[in-house]
Design a protein around this ligand. Sequence first.
Ligand code: ATP
Ligand code: MG
Length: 601
Amino acid sequence: MSDAFEDEDDTGRRRALSNARVLGFIARFWLRRKGLFIAGVGLTLLAIAFDLALPWASGKLIDTVSRGPAALPSAWSAWAWFVGVYLGFSLIRNLAMRFWIPLAARNMEEMTNEGYVRVQAFSSDWHADSFAGATVRKLTRAMWGYDSVTDAVTIWLAPSLIVLVGLSVMLLLRQPMAGIVALVVVAAYVTVNVVVTTRYVRPANLRSNALDSKIGASLADAVTSNPTVKSFGAEARESVRVAEVTAAWREAVMVTWHKFTNVWLGQNLLLVVLQGGLTAAMIHAWSQGQATPGDVAFAITAFMLMSGYLRNMGENIRMLQKGLDDTEDLAAWEHLAPQIADAPGAPDFQPSTGPGGHGRIVFEDVTFRYKAAGAPLYDHFSLTIAPGERVALVGPTGSGKSTFVKLVQRLHDLQGGRIVIDGQDVAGVTQGSLRRAIAVVPQDPALFHRSLRDNIAYGRPDATDAEVIAAATKARAHDFILKLPQGYDTLVGERGIKLSGGERQRVAIARAFLTDAPILVLDEATSSLDVETEGQVQEAAEALMAGRTTIVIAHRLSTVRGADRILVFQNGRVVEEGRHGELKAAGGVYARLNAVSEGVG
Ligand code: ATP
Ligand code: MG
């Protein structure tokens, strides 16, 4: 098994929430729809009352019948009660379900929606550290966990407990010995089940669940990288990787299931004790002349009811534990702060409307270090970019160019200093409004598996078709789009895989045109396009840069030549800055970098 999977998926890393906390998380959903919940509980309790009356009705029937044929009219009335009680129980229980159904369906819907909102709010670090497949699995599993827990608790366990205690008390009043046996067995049954399930079964079950998430993770990872798998002819190797994970899951789940089955055996043995104890107590009472046939019928009916409920209870404690564990990840996310949070009451970012124009970016004494890294990448770094300025970032790989952009977007928080755009600290405005003010054309744009139209309009979903076409035209994308069989309705494949690299770039540029943000970030592709496409992308980018503050992570000579200022990065510091000509003449780092690229170009 690969180390890559040994992150927070494995139960060792994160301490699981207690059962009580997971149950609390679920119970808060029940209380969201108090009307439905109260109706469900009320009707369930009423059904229980009918169920509890069954031994009484059967005892009464037997006692009446044992009085001989003379009692026929009362026998029929006792019969009517006996049948009526069961009919009442069934109808009311069924009615209760009509309230449980909408409660469950709506809560499951909301749980998934809200879980997804949380997942989206987690930082890019969190997403970089998580497997998409595992996240999806955890989200969908939680919803069914809710269903199991709710069914187990509200429909089965709580009613069972009431019935069992109620029957024991009724027995106690009628036949003290039998009642005591029943109470002791029920108490032992419940205690043993709760203790054994949480201490003995739960750890194994959590481990199986972690491996279940891992199956999702490794499948999604391999499926999304299928082009790579194919190009290396590595299908067999990938199948083996998945098979290793499923084998680990199989081993873990067998342990879990065996444990559940052991518990089940214990439950049945306790039932035998109950059966033996109850009937022995009744034989004893009968031998002493203290029990009528009706009493015996009462006790036997009570045992049959109790054993039915107890057996059910064993099964439902299993369901409950499984459901709680299935929901545990989602419940834990509720306690996981999104590492990058909006300040309370933070206003939206407002581009400056002053005479100086908008898009002034100021780094004030910024210190930043990646969580995983030892030393800070940026150490007391200061820089000002003027409104409308076109700045090119150059420098060796790993020097901090992409990080610069991520900090402007506030994808990470700083350890010191601040970044101010148009007079507003990026940490003091809402993240959404900040990022909507920054259009990013990434190096290798990933598109959605949606139509080209939707992809282009992603920054402004309300854009008209004419606006989409205008943006695509400016981005030199319109012509190639028209040549596609479905034009703007063409689906581009996951991550845009059905388009060429140059086409994807132009779609991303069209998208940035429509977004019309005051700040533009262009991460130039390092991959070389053919001369004609390269020219088209270049023209499109030039048009896009006009009138905006632009940060270009530059790989092309033409870009750096056209820049107002070039910042030469090395180890998170700007070691040189100036125009192309000046820097070239200075004979420093830039001149050396430039000599290489000119030599190649
Ligand atoms: P390139 O030209 O190759 O794109 P770059 O200048 O854009 O390089 P950055 O991506 O900013 O470089 O990375 C700067 C340094 O920070 C590198 O040493 C990189 O390994 C490190 N780094 C980047 N992202 C992370 C991360 N999420 N966690 C830890 N370290 C990171
Ligand atoms: Mg980079």
